[in-house]
Design a protein around this ligand. Structure first.
Ligand code: HEM
Length: 421
């Protein structure tokens, strides 16, 4: 007889369809049903442990217990992540590659991303004044493609903005799709990697010489732990690990504007408020609205946690959305309340929209600070730089769609720039 506790377990053969049907709420629904922060299910034909909550996040980000190698499904690698990128590395190799990303996140570089966001918002807003209405999500993707390319040193001609924007967006829009959408995502990933590989070759051949602090230059010349240049395909994947998620901030930009529409009282206080109020608003946008559903890893070797047995190799999912809505961690979690962040203690394990734990030694999102800077600039611009109206539209979003987005893409009309914005 084992003296391990038995984990609550989903009945039935496989629950992949339920993941697709319930989306962000798949783990939350079951952790409520079993009244447990841990349960076992079967996804893509494989035994899977699901975890939610702060203690579970602390466990999940323990590098001695979990590894990333072999954790991401092929489907996701072929669209969202790419193959052989930082997400799938462990140990020293991961630390070395992650350092390549974190070295870019200097305060100068973060100031620059905020300035670029403002510059491109202003340029687009000049056009918006001449249009009857705009779709925030579509505009945000283009703005961020400009920002991402300029920040990384990737040249972008005016004629290719739409094509490159669509390629970068397809990679994150298609990650949870099946059928034609999925194949579109794969084609866009291939085209995106080809685009990057050509540039990397030019940098290596000396035909192109981007400034030394630009990611294109840094990554092209990066050497692995053996002192070798990285394979061109890997550099392409890692450059896309910057460009693609910067464009994906468009999802949060759309939710930021949606929050302004849904909670106008909060906006009044933002107009007269300070930097902290704006920061709290953005944090609540990232807590409240769905984006990245869960992170995945595999058990490194057998261990026991709170009486439950974890066997080597078992796929384990940490619920990011559910932890951000966990009733033990958040008062009234279904309420949009930026003021809750006034008393947040800053734990790396309870508020995890972009993953938890450490940046340098763990898999926490390399672009979290950058995301905050882009969003703060966006919020400031929409609060003080512009006036607009909100036409009749369907602003609802679905928990079963990943990534989820307001149906209308968030439409605004009669946009007018403010002189003192
Ligand atoms: C758009 C909003 C974003 C969201 C919701 C997001 C979310 C995430 C999540 C959930 C992870 C995985 C955490 C884990 O595996 O434990 C991650 C990893 C990562 N993100 Fe982000 N991210 C965003 C923006 C960015 C940006 C702007 C960048 C780069 C400029 C970026 C670069 C990365 C990289 C390189 C990793 C892999 C880190 C590693 O494996 O060590 N992300 N992100």
């Amino acid at each position: 007889m084992s003296n391990h506790k038995s984990m609550p377990k989903d009945k039935g053969l496989d629950h992949t369809l339920s993941v697709l049907r319930e989306g962000y709420e798949f783990i939350l629904n079951r952790s409520n049903k079993y009244d447990s922060n841990i349960f076992e299910t079967k996804v893509l034909g494989e035994k899977t442990i699901c975890l939610t909550g702060k203690e579970a996040a602390e466990l999940f980000y323990d590098n001695a217990k979990f590894m990333r190698s072999g954790a991401a499904p092929k489907h996701v690698q072929k669209t969202l992540f790419g193959e052989n990128g930082v997400q799938a590395l462990d140990g020293e190799e991961h630390q070395h590659r992650k350092a390549m990303f974190m070295a870019l996140m200097t305060s100068d570089a973060l100031n620059e991303i905020a300035e670029l966001t403002k510059k491109h918002l202003e340029a687009f807003a000049a056009q918006w004044e001449t249009q009857e209405k705009i779709i925030v999500y579509e505009e945000a993707k283009k703005i961020l493609t400009h920002v991402a390319c300029e920040w990384t040193g990737v040249p972008l001609e005016d004629e290719e903005v739409d094509e490159r924007t669509n390629q970068l967006a397809d990679m994150f829009e298609s990650a949870a799709s099946i059928g034609p959408e999925y194949w579109k995502g794969r084609r866009s990933r291939n085209a995106g990697e080809e685009w990057m590989e050509e540039l990397i070759q030019k940098v290596r051949d000396g035909e192109m010489n981007p400034p030394s602090h630009r990611a294109l230059k840094q990554f092209s010349n990066h050497r692995d732990l053996n002192g070798e240049l990285l394979d061109k395909q890997i550099v392409a994947v890692e450059l896309l690990n910057l460009l693609r998620p910067i464009v994906a901030i468009s999802v949060y930009m759309s939710f930021t504007v949606l929050a302004m529409i849904e909670y106008p009282d909060q906006v009044l206080s933002l107009k007269s408020g300070n930097e902290t109020d704006r920061q709290n608003f953005i944090q609540e946008v990232r807590r409240y609205y769905p984006f990245f559903p869960f992170a995945g890893a595999r058990v490194k070797e057998d261990f026991t946690w709170e009486g439950y047995k974890f066997e080597e190799g078992t796929l384990t999912l940490l619920d990011l959305y559910g932890t951000n809505h966990h009733p033990d961690l958040w008062d009234d979690p279904k309420k949009f309340n930026p003021a809750r962040f006034e008393s947040w203690q800053g734990s790396p394990f309870d508020f995890i929209p972009q993953g938890g734990g450490e940046f340098d030694f763990g898999h926490r999102c390399a672009g979290e600070w950058l995301t905050l800077d882009v969003l703060k600039e966006t919020l400031s611009y929409f609060v003080t730089g512009l006036t607009f109206e909100v036409p009749e539209q369907d602003l609802s979003y679905r928990m079963s769609e990943m990534p989820s987005l307001p149906k209308s893409g968030v439409q605004l009309s009669n946009l007018v720039r403010q002189k003192n914005g």
